[in-house]
Design a protein around this ligand. Structure first.
Ligand code: HEC
Ligand code: HEC
Ligand code: HEC
Length: 131
């Protein structure tokens, strides 16, 4: 039951991605200059969803995680290839994307997106912080 809800959320996020992908590809389409060079920050090969879906829908995915934790008291979900993971912005996302400045921030600066998340959430995983 609990995990089914998580799958539905991932599914919705992936679906929303198909709808919003073109906007991102246009924005990054070379008219405004080259896409910034991003440092993924991990030797892992895969993100929590296929990379195209992440590009387009990581925002919705994060809001879904937040709601899962804050409203439903649920902390675990799955990657799209079935690995259990914690729904944690700092612990999970920045656990792999260990150089936020050279990954999240670099892309957001390019796309002129500003976030307030890190006013409250730690901006690096650090040695003993989880989340
Ligand atoms: C297990 C490690 C891992 C975790 C956890 C992880 N990522 Fe990723 N992420 C990757 C890898 C590896 C890539 C590059 C995959 C590729 O190029 O095929 C990636 C790619 C991305 C991309 C696309 C980058 C581009 O080049 O366009 C975004 C956006 C992203 N991740 C955001 C996130 C967010 C947000 C979270 C947390 C919800 C997260 N990632 C969690 C490993 C991870
Ligand atoms: C490949 C580029 C790219 C990367 C890498 C990336 N983002 Fe984003 N992010 C975007 C874009 C573009 C938007 C705005 C999308 C929109 O408004 O539809 C966005 C929006 C967001 C939002 C929603 C902001 C809001 O106010 O609604 C969050 C949260 C977010 N990103 C978190 C992250 C985190 C955390 C990472 C690093 C782990 C990351 N992003 C990496 C491109 C990226
Ligand atoms: C005013 C402070 C505040 C802001 C701003 C904020 N959060 Fe949170 N967030 C919290 C608190 C408090 C929790 C609950 C922490 C817990 O129970 O582990 C939480 C939980 C979460 C969680 C699940 C638990 C975790 O460790 O990540 C996610 C995902 C999340 N928020 C994402 C976001 C995103 C994305 C943004 C920005 C768009 C954001 N939050 C902005 C305070 C904030």
């Amino acid at each position: 039951m609990i995990f089914d809800a998580g799958k539905i959320m991932l599914g919705l996020a992936a679906f929303a991605g198909l709808a919003t992908a073109p906007a991102w590809y246009d924005a990054a389409g070379g008219k405004v200059g080259a896409r910034p060079r991003l440092e993924v920050g991990t030797s892992e090969k895969r993100c929590v969803l296929p990379v195209e879906d992440m590009r387009a829908t990581h925002m919705q995915l994060l809001y879904g995680w937040r709601d899962g934790v804050v409203r439903n008291g649920r902390r675990m979900t799955h990657t799209s290839d079935g690995k259990p993971i914690r729904m944690s912005l700092t612990g999970t996302c920045l656990g792999c994307h260990s150089r936020k400045a050279a990954f999240c921030d670099r892309c957001h600066d390019y796309a002129a997106v500003t976030l307030n998340c890190f006013g409250c959430h730690a901006d690096s995983k650090g040695p003993e912080k989880d989340p």
